[in-house]
Each structure stands twice: as structure tokens, then as C-alpha cells.
Design a binder for this molecule. Structure first.
Ligand SMILES: Cc1cc2nc3c(=O)[nH]c(=O)nc-3n(C[C@H](O)[C@H](O)[C@H](O)COP(=O)(O)OP(=O)(O)OC[C@H]3O[C@@H](n4cnc5c(N)ncnc54)[C@H](O)[C@@H]3O)c2cc1C
Length: 300
């Protein structure tokens, strides 16, 4: 009975600094887990899909790791930044409207109030939307351990479903997104109902110089690993004027590059169709924004 689900017993500690969290992970070993928003981990514990002996609560680290900091060449986002803060950040929306597009359709307000970007990326659920956003933006992840920080690309970060480059005594502390001029971005998602996980979702970013596409990246979620921005799309679009024909061609490349499987959310064929269609729509919207300048609060 769902109402009776209770997790196995576990010990609980609240970390008050990143260093202390890493120390605890190191000392407590394999069955210790960090908990951020808890919206992925706690349901899995209730279902006993994961067994945790020690839960290390990192919510007090929001003071240090909850931020969106804009610098001239990059935007730094702390791992404890909550979905809601990503949704509400005007700076983030101005530089990367894709975040606002995506956050509007991730879960519901309750989940968004607690869930974090760090927890989302570390959960590495194949249907998770922010990984697609980060792949689209060519973001990198800063992982901290006792020995210091290391920085990895999204491709290096995502090792497979529910598996990342974060080691047992390490923490994701920051996501870094490069700021490049003359570009914009957009996100499109199809779910079975509002607030649900994606059947397919798709991010696109484009850069326009002298009226021509100078670069493009596409990130997909729920259709297999997709962390490189699909370089074949950039190769096909570079040097061309934006057009419906170009978006359709990119869509066909995206549909061919992904590896969806038939499940309760839809057939493989339907998901490939969505990958093509959402790529077209996201590129079109990103180009419109790139041409019309930074988002000004309207909903293009
Ligand atoms: C009803 C519902 C609907 C949802 N719908 C969507 C959706 O449409 N799209 C979507 O993308 N997501 C969706 N989610 C997931 C949601 O976005 C979660 O908040 C997110 O996946 C996990 O973030 P969290 O902070 O809650 O992580 P937690 O559950 O606290 O942690 C998840 C995992 O990451 C690890 N972890 C957390 N932070 C760190 C860190 N800084 N360093 C290293 N490891 C860390 C934890 O140990 C754990 O293994 C949904 C969730 C629910 C409950």
C-alpha cells in the first residue's frame, strides 16, 4: 500500500559547511548520502530502491551554495540553487531564457521550492530536464573533494542513467555556463500532463552573426544519453541563414542521433518524431530571441 511506505532506519546529520559534508562522506563511507531538496532521494528511500545508513542534510549550505552570479564570460550557479530561484532569476532569464522555459514546466511549485540544480544533475535521471539545459549551454560542473576542485564537461559528468562523475566523497558545488555574445536559447517539452516528467524535452541554443547561424547546440532529455550538444547539427547549420528548412534538417539529425525506447510514455517512433519536432520549435524560438535581443519579460 502506497500510504504505508516507510524508509528503512537511517542516521541523520546536518552539515554546516561543504568541508564538513565532504568529511562526513569520507568518514561514513558507502552508504552515506547527501540530501538536498530530497525530491528524488526520499521517494526512492520510501520505495526502498536505495538503502541509506546515513543521511547528510546539506540544506544549511544553501547560504553558501545558493546563488546565480553573472560574470563577463560566464554565469556561476551554486549547486544548492533551487528550481524556484532559477525560475525567478531575471539575470538568468536575460542571459539564458532556456532556464525560465524549462523551470516553468519542471514538476510543480512544491517540488520547485525545494529541489536543487545540484540534486537534479546528481540524480542523473535520463528524463531530467536541467541536464538537457546544461548540455545545450555547454555548461561545466565543479566537483569538490578533499583534494580540491575539478571541473568536468557535461559529457564527462553524465556517466549513464543515475551515474555521474561525482565520487563517493565528493560533492557537486557549482555549475558554470559560458556567456557568448549574439546568441539565445529556448526549451520545449512534451509531457503527458502538466508538471509531469518529459516524454521528450529539447533545448536549443544558437548564435547569429551577420544574419547567419554561426553556431548551434541541441540537448535532448528522455531519449538516451545526450550530452555533447549534437555537433552534427552545428556542422549542418553553420554559415546558413536561419530558415524553416534549416530547422527541419536539424530536427531530422536530432531524431537520428537519439536512442529512445518504447515505454509507458510512448513508442520509440513517437519519441523520435517529438525529438525532430521539438528541435525545430526550440531552434526557431532561440533564433527569434537571438535576433530580437535579450528577453524583456515578454513570452515570445
Ligand atoms: C512529483 C515530481 C515531479 C518531478 N518532475 C520533474 C520534471 O518534470 N522534470 C525534472 O527535471 N525533474 C522533475 N522532478 C525531479 C525534481 O526536479 C527533483 O527536485 C530533482 O531531481 C532532485 O533535486 P533534489 O535537490 O530534490 O535532490 P535530492 O533528492 O536531495 O538528491 C538527489 C541525488 O543527488 C545527490 N545530491 C544532491 N545534491 C548533491 C550535490 N550537491 N553533490 C552531490 N550529490 C548531490 C543526492 O545524494 C541524491 O543521490 C520531479 C520530482 C517530483 C517529486
Amino acid at each position: 500500500m502506497r500510504g504505508m511506505q516507510v524508509p528503512a532506519p537511517f542516521e541523520y546529520e546536518r552539515a554546516t559547511s561543504v568541508e564538513q559534508a565532504i568529511d562526513l562522506l569520507e568518514r561514513l563511507g558507502g552508504s552515506a548520502r547527501l540530501v538536498a531538496g530530497g525530491h528524488s532521494l526520499l521517494p526512492m528511500m520510501k520505495l526502498r530502491l536505495v538503502n541509506v545508513d546515513y543521511l547528510i542534510d546539506i540544506n544549511d549550505l544553501h547560504a553558501d551554495l545558493g546563488y546565480v552570479q553573472v560574470e563577463p564570460t560566464r554565469v556561476r550557479i551554486g549547486a544548492m540553487t533551487r528550481h524556484r530561484e532559477l525560475l525567478d532569476s531575471p539575470e538568468l532569464r536575460r542571459h539564458f531564457p532556456i532556464f525560465h522555459d524549462a523551470e516553468r514546466v519542471i514538476a510543480d511549485p512544491l517540488v520547485r521550492n525545494r529541489g536543487t540544480i545540484g540534486g537534479s544533475l546528481c540524480q542523473a535521471d535520463p528524463s531530467e530536464d536541467l541536464s538537457a539545459v546544461c548540455a545545450t549551454l555547454d555548461a561545466s560542473c565543479v566537483i569538490r573533494g578533499r583534494g580540491g576542485d575539478r571541473v568536468v564537461t557535461m559529457d564527462q559528468f553524465y556517466r549513464g542513467p543515475y551515474e555521474t562523475a561525482v565520487g563517493p566523497a565528493e560533492m557537486l558545488v557549482e555549475v558554470r555556463v559560458p556567456v557568448r555574445p549574439n546568441g539565445s536559447s529556448a526549451f520545449e517539452k512534451v509531457g503527458r500532463r502538466a508538471g509531469d516528467w518529459a516524454v521528450v524535452s529539447c533545448g536549443a541554443s544558437v548564435w547569429i552573426e551577420g544574419g547567419l547561424i554561426s553556431d548551434a547546440r541541441v540537448g535532448l532529455a528522455a531519449v538516451g544519453p545526450n550530452t555533447t550538444g549534437i555537433p552534427e547539427i552545428a556542422a549542418a547549420l553553420r554559415g546558413r541563414p536561419p530558415s524553416e528548412e534549416a530547422y527541419t534538417e536539424a530536427g531530422a539529425i536530432a531524431a537520428g542521433a537519439c536512442t529512445p525506447v518504447t515505454d509507458q510514455r510512448g513508442s520509440e517512433e513517437y519519441k523520435r518524431h517529438l525529438a525532430a519536432e521539438l528541435t525545430r520549435r526550440a531552434l526557431r524560438r532561440a533564433v527569434d530571441r537571438a535576433v530580437s535581443g535579450p528577453a524583456d519579460g515578454r513570452e515570445p
